[in-house]
Design a protein around this ligand. Structure first.
Ligand SMILES: [Zn+2]
Length: 66
């Protein structure tokens, strides 16, 4: 079984109370989900460049068995 690499974002890294996790095949796709989550769950309608950079830093590759 080949492992597939996904980009994982754990909201906990920015919002310690939050258990949201999202993974997608590319960083950009993961960021889209993460941004939508930040807007709906954390009231961040506008995500500052600083926060965006922080989010991208937290995204890490994970191996998933398909
Ligand atoms: Zn969250």
């Amino acid at each position: 079984m080949p492992d597939v690499e996904y980009m994982l974002f754990c909201c906990r890294d920015l919002e310690p109370q939050c258990g949201f996790r999202v993974q997608a095949k590319t960083t950009e796709e993961t960021m889209e989900h993460a941004r939508a989550h930040m807007a709906s769950e954390h009231g961040m309608k506008e995500i500052s460049r600083e926060t965006e950079t922080k989010m991208k830093e937290k995204i890490k590759p994970v191996k998933v068995e398909e």
